[in-house]
Design a protein around this ligand. Structure first.
Ligand SMILES: Nc1ncnc2c1ncn2[C@@H]1O[C@H](COP(=O)(O)OP(=O)(O)OP(=O)(O)O)[C@@H](O)[C@H]1O
Length: 886
């Protein structure tokens, strides 16, 4: 770096480190003038006052003119010659300056931002010199342009520009030196011209050398002051000045240094030989400058290989970087490919594993092979996975290394100064070594990769073999499965057919079972009837729309005979002779009832009774309405239908009585308005048939007459509106239809009775909201129903005493419950959860009644038995007349 500076200083002809140079210059000047030379003064070095004394200089000069006045013309001639020489030199320098300008124009433009001296810069100023110097340093150093205080330029392209810049700077320096020469020579020429004119005009003697000298001195002093001299710069300034105007400088200095030797001083200034020697000296200075420029060029030429070398190194580093990038990309691609292959293998392995698990199930041999393959595959997989991890680590290491290298490269590029070429070379060598090392590692890694690739290809081949094996096994298994499937399909179809047959058989069996069960129940009921058991039917009332909105059903009908009520404590099962669903119609209900009507024609006492909670559908079942007539109307029709049927054999008489038991009082509903009210008393005849003394018994001849009578009697029945029922029956209704069939052949009489009982409903006062009369009615109803329950319990448990006489209701029902009757009890119930308690009570009540056995006997049978018994007794007494007397 310093060599550049030295070179430039040499180029300027300055040896600022040595003050000896000043002495040498003085000596040189002395030799040129061949006169004693006073010492040159540096900046701040004030000459002695005697040296600048104008008076002494004038005295010396005047004295000299007197001595050498005859030589003035010769001096003028000399000066003219000197002037011509200077003119010639000036022309030469101008030509040279033009050449330099042309060179400068040929040179490439200075890059923007690069600071150089302008053409107007003066080299005698310190700052321009300092600006130029670093640029030259760059030429021999980092080969980059650099200006004073410049920020570092990082682009490598600027290294080329720096070379050119250095050249340009050198050219500029040379140009500026020439310009300086030119200016000084022009100045010298001007002075000489002025001096010549002055001498020609004859003023030289008057004015004296003192003025001229003082002008020269002050001119010199001005130059010195303007330079702001530092030692080196002052020396440089002197050098320029002394090289260009040695005569004036020398003359002035001589005059100053030898004030007492005026003659010699004045004569030396005006001597032509001095002028010639000055021109020679200037010429030699110019030549020396040329030499310096040549030296600079040679220095540049010397530096050029270094520059080229550095440039080549930079290019090489770029190539290294590119190579590293390329290697990195290749590695990345290899790793990506491997990763993709491994992913494919892994997916394939999973698929294969899945297939193997399916495939290898068929034989033990295959299972063994599957295990072997699995182990091998797992090992290979682990190896592959290790390889991947290793590769990834390598990749990461390389990435880090590349980053480090790039960082080093960036740092080396951004170094403000590379110490020297050697260091740069060392650095490059180190980089090359490192690159070599990396290449070696890369080669090793590639070798390793090749090995792994070979392993991978081996594994791939194994895998292909496995795949082939797998395909073969799969096809075998598929064939086996297909074969098995065909046979299995046949078997399956066979089994399906058998199953279908079994299902059909099962269905038939189920139907048979149901039929048998129904028959069994029917026969059971028949047997029970024959036994005299009370037949109990349950009828469920549908929920009203209002109930459906807020209530849910608690009833499940399992079959026509079984009802399950879901209670909070669990389901409770009830068994009845028949369970009618809410949707069952009045016709359906009557279908199972009409057989009993036939029994009345056979001489049985038939009782159809409805019991249940208020509003549960008792009146609906017994009476119904115009659209859905109940059992009563249908029974009426059936009676007269049967009357028709029996008309040929029997003379059938039908009569009807209709009573209500209201507040424990019997009321004759058929009593005529004009008929006096008589006391109604409940009686029982010898056959156990209950009848009411004082009640009106109306004979009827057809169903309509009976219906009219019935509905007329209903008009008189007590009803009322409660919360539970808009039209609640507040009394028990007892309709008795007496049927008397007299045999047209024998005259025998068969008496039967059909009793229809619509009991008042049991109710809870809180729910029904009964009060006043209704409360009394309700309590009377509940009381009578309670006595009915007691009777049923007594009959069911076959107690010796049955409490019929506890209420008029039970007294009236004496021949219907446990008496000479075939009793059908309808228990009506609500399925709404709201009525769960009442429903449970009613169903329990009815279940108990189911256990009651009536002593049902045909009245005709009884008479026949009595007649036969009488005949037997007569025969026993030995009587011969045993004719029927009954
Ligand atoms: N099986 C049914 N199908 C359709 N509606 C019914 C059925 N059972 C009862 N009802 C209706 O329910 C309401 C009450 O019935 P019903 O008057 O017969 O009850 P109840 O048991 O006689 O009551 P109460 O004891 O208060 O006289 C009536 O409007 C009736 O039409």
């Amino acid at each position: 770096m310093t060599c550049g500076t030295v070179t430039v200083e040499k180029a300027y002809g300055i040896d600022c480190k040595s003050s000896v140079a000043v002495e040498e210059a003085n000596t040189e000047l002395k030799s040129i003038t061949k006169l004693p030379v006073r010492r040159l003064y540096l900046n701040g070095d004030v000459p002695p006052s005697s040296d600048v004394s104008g008076g002494s200089r004038c005295a010396g000069r005047n004295h000299g003119r007197r001595v050498d006045g005859d030589k003035a013309g010769a001096d003028i001639e000399s000066l003219k010659k000197q002037l011509l020489i200077v003119d010639q030199r000036l022309a030469t320098l101008t030509g040279r300056l033009e050449v330099l300008k042309a060179v400068q124009q040929v040179l490439p433009a200075v890059p923007s931002g690069t600071e150089i001296n302008s053409e107007t810069d003066e080299p005698d100023s310190l700052e321009p010199v300092q600006e130029v110097t670093p640029s030259i340093q760059n030429v021999s150093g980092t080969i980059r342009p650099k200006k004073v205080g410049d920020k570092k330029t990082n682009t490598e392209a600027s290294s080329n520009e720096s070379d050119l810049l250095a050249l340009l700077q050198l050219e500029r320096l040379a140009q500026q030196a020439s310009r300086r020469d030119y200016e000084l020579l022009r100045k010298q020429y001007q002075r000489l011209k002025e001096e010549l004119e002055w001498r020609d005009s004859g003023h030289g003697d008057d004015l004296g050398d003192a003025e001229f000298s003082s002008e020269l001195i002050s001119d010199r002093d001005r130059d010195s002051d303007s330079v702001q001299m530092k030692p080196s710069v002052a020396l440089k300034s002197w050098t320029w000045r002394s090289s260009s105007t040695p005569s004036q400088e020398s003359a002035a200095t001589i005059r100053e240094s030898h004030p007492g030797d005026n003659t010699s001083t004045c004569s030396s200034i005006e001597s032509p030989s001095v002028a010639n020697s000055e021109n020679k000296h200037s010429w030699s200075e110019v030549q020396s400058r040329d030499k310096i420029i040549t030296q600079l060029r040679s220095t540049i030429a010397e530096l050029e290989p270094a520059v080229d070398k550095a440039r080549a190194e930079a290019t090489q580093r770029d190539m290294i970087n590119k190579e590293l990038d390329r290697k990195n990309k290749e590695l990345q691609m290899v790793i990506d490919n491997l990763t993709a292959n491994i992913e494919v293998l892994r997916a394939y392995q999973l698929t294969e594993q899945h297939i193997h698990e399916k495939t290898f199930v068929s034989s033990d041999d295959n299972i063994q092979r599957k295990r072997t393959y699995k182990v091998t595959e797992n090992k290979e997989f682990v190896q592959m996975r290790g390889l991947i991890t290793e590769l990834q680590q390598k990749e990461n290491e390389y990435k880090v290394r590349i980053e480090q290298l790039e960082k080093v490269l960036r740092q080396s590029n951004s170094l403000p100064e590379v110490p020297n070429l050697e260091e740069l070379e060392r650095h490059v060598t180190h980089m090359e070594q490192e690159l070599e090392h990396k290449n070696e590692r890369l080669a090793a890694f590639e070798q390793y990769l090749e090995t792994k690739e070979e392993e991978f290809s081996v594994m791939k081949r194994d895998l292909e073999n496995l795949q082939e094996e797998n395909i073969r096994l799969k096809s075998e298994v598929t064939e086996a499965i297909y074969r098995d499937r065909e046979s299995n399909m046949e078997k399956l179809e066979q089994v399906g057919r058998e199953l279908q047959q079994a299902m059909e058989a099962n269905k038939l069996l189920v139907e048979d079972i149901n039929r048998e069960r129904v028959l069994r129940k029917k026969y059971f009921n028949t047997i029970e009837d024959l036994k005299g058991k009370i037949r109990v039917y349950c009828r469920l009332r549908p929920m009203t729309p209002a109930e459906q909105r807020v209530q849910h059903s608690v009833a499940d009908v399992v079959d026509p005979y079984t009802l399950v009520i879901n209670t909070p404590k669990g389901p409770k099962e009830f068994h009845f002779d028949r369970v009618f669903l809410p949707e069952d119609t009045q016709e359906t209900v009557f279908e199972d009832t009409h057989t009993l009507v036939q029994s009345a024609f056979d001489g049985y006492n038939v009782c159809i009774c409805a019991y249940g909670q208020t509003g549960s559908g008792k009146t609906h079942t017994i009476i119904g309405d115009d659209i859905q007539p109940g059992l009563a109307t249908r029974t009426f029709e059936r009676i007269f239908q049967l009357t028709e049927d029996h008309q040929a054999q029997f003379d059938v008489q039908v009569s009807c009585s209709m009573l209500e038991l209201y507040n424990d009082k019997l009321i004759d509903l058929l009593r005529l308005a004009d008929q006096t009210e008589v006391k109604l008393e409940i009686k029982k005849d010898k056959r156990g048939i209950v009848w009411v003394q004082g009640s009106r018994i109306s004979p009827v001849t057809d169903a309509n007459q009976l219906s009219d009578l019935f509905y007329r009697g209903l008009h008189s029945r007590h009803t009322g509106s409660t919360r539970m029922n808009d039209r609640s029956s507040r009394s028990h209704l007892i309709v008795s239809i007496n049927i008397e069939c007299t045999s047209r052949l024998h005259g025998t009489v068969i008496r039967g009775k059909v009793s229809l009982l619509d009991l008042a409903g049991s109710e809870r006062f809180a729910k029904s909201g009964s009060s006043g009369d209704q409360l009394r009615e309700a309590s009377s109803i509940n009381k009578s129903l309670s006595t009915l329950g007691d009777v049923i319990s007594a009959l069911a448990s076959e107690q010796p005493h049955t409490p019929y006489r506890n209420s008029k209701l039970t007294m009236l029902m004496q021949d219907s419950l446990g008496g000479n009757a075939k009793t059908l009890l309808f228990v009506t119930a609500s399925i709404a959860a709201f009525n769960l308690d009442e429903t449970l009570t009613s169903l329990t009540y009815a279940s108990r009644a189911k256990a009651v056995t009536n002593a049902a006997q045909r009245s005709a049978d009884c008479r026949e038995i009595a007649r036969l018994k009488a005949i037997i007794q007569k025969l026993r007494r030995g009587e011969e007349d045993v004719e029927d007397t009954s």
